[in-house]
Design a protein around this ligand. Structure first.
Ligand SMILES: [Ca+2]
Ligand SMILES: [Ca+2]
Length: 223
């Protein structure tokens, strides 16, 4: 990673290119200004975060794991099995319910990204321009349609994918509730009603779309 960063820095600082002598080809996987090709986190439809260094796709990591029979088609049964597996991870005391304490550990330790939309979470020092930009971004997130919380890193705009599975509002999420919620989310990921989800048709997260747009712009400038 350090090597790639150093390489990128060197490329950015390089003087206008002179004709190059023949060299062994160097694969540069990041585009300066756009960073690595993939968002470093993807929050799966049932709430589990997948992380990479940005050189491989965390959404593909989830899809490959969830598509248990590896036929390239994620079925509802497979999505529910994925939900069930994640439930077992979150229900630490094996009580059969993700209780408020386990919910808090999900939001604070397992997937802290989902809290980033909350006020006061980000205490970075900013210049005036950055503050103005942050304000605009916050205003956009306050818009109902704009993604926030987990939605920024996910295929579905669901700010908190675990707590929102508490269908009976008893402040706990049971295995059955998570399975039911998987059944409700499945059609959102399969709008054509094919009965399965493929990686290619899975909506890219807003974070990934930003990167894709940046790279497309950079590509255009090169041409
Ligand atoms: Ca499958
Ligand atoms: Ca419940």
């Amino acid at each position: 990673m350090m090597f790639v960063l150093a390489l990128l820095a060197a490329l950015q600082e390089a003087p206008p290119p002179a004709p190059l002598p023949a060299q062994p080809s160097i694969v540069v996987t990041g585009i300066p200004g756009c960073g690595p090709p993939f968002a470093r986190v993807y929050i799966a439809p049932m709430g589990q975060p997948f992380r990479t260094d940005g050189q491989s796709d965390p959404m593909l990591a989830w899809f490959t794991q969830a598509d248990a029979d590896h036929d390239g088609r994620l079925t509802l049964a497979e999505l529910q099995a994925d939900a069930d597996r994640f439930f077992t991870t979150l229900d630490r005391d094996r009580s059969g319910e993700i209780d408020p304490e386990e919910m808090a550990s999900y939001e604070n330790q397992v997937a802290p990204e989902i809290k980033l939309y909350q006020r006061g979470q980000d205490k970075r020092a900013r210049t005036g321009k950055q503050r103005r930009e942050a304000k605009v971004a916050a205003r956009q997130r306050a818009d109902y349609e704009a993604p926030y919380g987990a939605g920024i890193y996910a295929s579905l705009n669901i700010p908190e994918p675990v707590v929102s599975a508490d269908l009976d509002l008893n402040r706990g999420v049971s295995r059955a509730e998570l399975a039911e919620v998987a059944a409700r989310r499945f059609p959102l990921l399969d709008p054509a009603g094919r009965g399965y989800i493929t990686y290619d048709t899975l909506p890219r997260s807003p974070a990934q779309k930003d990167i894709d747009a940046c790279r497309a712009q950079a590509d255009k400038r090169k041409k």
